[in-house]
Design a protein around this ligand. Sequence first.
Ligand SMILES: Cc1cc2nc3c(=O)[nH]c(=O)nc-3n(C[C@H](O)[C@H](O)[C@H](O)COP(=O)(O)O)c2cc1C
Length: 331
Amino acid sequence: MSVKIGENIDLGEFPLLLAPMEDVSDPPFRYVCKQNGVDLMYTEFISSEGLIRDAAKSIQKLDIFEYERPIGIQIFGGDIEHMRQSAEICTKANPDLIDINYGCPVKKVVCKGAGSSLLQDIDKMVAMTKAVVEATHLPVTVKTRLGWDDNTKNVYEVAERLQDVGIKALAIHGRTRAQLYKGQADWSMIRDVKRNPRIKIPIFGNGDVDSVEKAAAWRQEYEVDGIMIGRAAIGYPWIFREIKHFFNTGERLEGPTIAERVDVCKTHLIKSIEWKGDKLGIFEMRRHYANYFKGIPNFKESRMKLVSLQTKEEILEVLEEIEHTFHTELI
Ligand SMILES: Cc1cc2nc3c(=O)[nH]c(=O)nc-3n(C[C@H](O)[C@H](O)[C@H](O)COP(=O)(O)O)c2cc1C
């Protein structure tokens, strides 16, 4: 059965979502994930304070492209009125949906009463969500965690109350705020939410999915409507097509060849330069090379070149060199 967000966003059967990731899920990275079959993507989280102050950095994050659809813009903040205003600003950017971040555990966000901090004040979370829902004609979705800490795992109640004020889907990261990214994600409460007969909206599971096997096993075990993947897609956007292929055919797809790795890395670089300009595009791409070529023995020398060269032409040349040098390596 097809999974739908609101009336109009049809994600097909068991969609795979790219998790919003600060400094990672920008348009160049989203491009290579889209090429590999991801069903729904989000921008990285955008500060509502930045949006209403018209801060250039926040406004730039609203850039979305037609080929990215369906795409959500994710916002965060601690002030209800500012979140309402930023929902209006986001609506003008014309995404397919607006997502609210109630999951970010980072101190500088939590200190301002934003992100996962709202898990400590569900009344305020509900009021904020209602304000955002009423400020836009677009579907509003939420991403959150199991609760603040081990003693307050309240996502079951959160899901009911947010559905009541009109959210159209909920993504749950199977950790508490106190856990940050430590330990293992526990999806059993995500299943409890999904099994709640009152819950009608799609429930997406998030946290630690990093292989086809895990995606298949957790789909069965936790009964979620789809899976959201973050870290495992960094440097490995093929994870989406591999999982999709397995679900569609029951067969494992071969991993990418060196030529494919080089090809996607080139595309990512070119898109990065297109979007950010030469200097920043080349600089910000540096963090990705090691991930794209993870597992290749004796890669260090090539990596050193990639992260120190200053021009697109030189980097493309090294990437071609990599293809020729390592094309026989099996990873
Ligand atoms: C570098 C990084 C940046 C992140 N930024 C965001 C963000 O902007 N918004 C958000 O909701 N979650 C953010 N997250 C959390 C991820 O969306 C996701 O919930 C988390 O990584 C767990 O999923 P995974 O195990 O598949 O990576 C971030 C995670 C990482 C690693």
